[in-house]
Ligand binder design. Structure first.
Ligand code: GLV
Length: 324
């Protein structure tokens, strides 16, 4: 009997069609598998799971997957999966590194420009019928050229942002668990900051590209926000809980920082009520990787890992497996 795959939500059709050529594929309805219990109820039927980052792949889910051989996340971040439990139950886990670097880096630059030049606020003004004549003092923003960008997390996406920011004339400083190579530092003319505190106090714009771990949870908090200049802009396209939203919302309302561009939130899909009304804040619904090419490539990479594991390819040949 052919192997069974569960894709928890509709994704780009070419990915589903590719898996359907080899396996029996079920595609869940939107949001059904955001509930742990729904996964627990159904998972024992399947050899492979292709979940979204909104699906909680907990120990209970993995333990219920008596036939499960691989979880291939439809995302590069995999904080929705209990990796230790997967290892314990001998289930492989894969993510999608590399293919969303460009879309996320471009989107991050877009948010930086939109916040610093007040694009959405200006559009609202126009739509509200307030643009009656050209104003020499209207909507004065800040140029990115010549300003300092502080990058927290200098992996693939952080580096992609740095390359684009350098082309815009920004100075790059960064904080990362480990210093990047001397060659890369030289290419980006990037300066390493040993502490987050130093980085945030020296940056005009701070952008987050670290994974969500115990160490990075609330890395941006009341203390680090208080070290930012009152014109500093915070951009988050990583994971919501890296930022203490209550503290950020307060800082925006107090105007103790200049603005924020947020694509991710602490309790997605909820928006903190104080962030709803915060000034100089652009909020988007977790779409940094949402280009057609990237979402197709994400799906194909997840499918590669599923096919590799189910066809007994040596694991060393499946580049996107996560080794815990
Ligand atoms: C998106 O947030 C991802 O991790 O792929």
């Amino acid at each position: 009997m052919s192997k069974r795959i569960l894709i928890t939500e509709p994704i780009i059709p070419s990915v589903i069609e590719r898996l359907e050529k080899r396996y029996q594929v079920d595609v869940g309805e939107r949001r059904t598998y955001n509930e742990e219990q729904a996964l627990i109820d159904d998972i024992s039927e399947y050899d492979a799971l292709l979940p979204m980052l909104s699906n909680p792949i907990t120990e209970k889910v993995i333990a219920a997957g008596s036939n499960l051989k691989i979880i291939a996340n439809h995302a590069v971040g995999y904080n929705n999966i209990d990796l230790a439990a997967a290892q314990k139950h001998n289930v492989a886990v894969a993510n999608t590194p590399g293919v969303l670097t460009d879309s996320c880096a471009e989107f991050t630059i877009g948010l930086m420009l939109a916040v610093s030049r007040r694009l959405f606020e200006a559009q609202q003004y126009l739509l509200d019928g307030k643009f009656n004549d050209w104003e020499p003092l209207g909507f004065l923003g800040k140029e990115l050229n010549g300003s300092t960008l502080g990058i927290i997390g200098m992996g693939r996406i952080g580096t992609g942002v740095a390359r684009r920011a350098k082309a815009l004339g920004m100075e790059i400083i960064y904080h990362n668990r480990n210093r990047v190579s001397a060659n890369l530092e030289q290419e980006l003319k990037a300066t390493f900051c040993p502490t987050v505190q130093e980085l945030v106090s020296k940056s005009d714009t701070i952008t987050l590209h670290c994974p969500l771990t115990d160490e990075t949870h609330h890395l941006i908090n009341e203390e680090t926000l208080s070290l930012m200049s009152d014109e500093a802009i915070l951009i988050n396209t990583s994971r919501g809980p890296v930022v203490d939203e209550e503290a950020l919302a307060q800082a925006l309302h107090d105007r103790s920082i200049g603005g924020a561009g947020l694509d991710v939130f602490e309790n997605e899909p909820e928006l903190h009520p104080k962030l709803k009304t915060a000034p100089n804040c652009i909020r988007t619904p977790h779409i940094a990787s949402a280009s057609f090419q990237t979402r197709e490539a994400i799906g194909m990479l997840a499918a590669d890992a599923i096919i590799g594991i189910l066809e007994d390819q040596p694991t060393s040949e499946i580049p996107n497996l996560i080794q815990p």
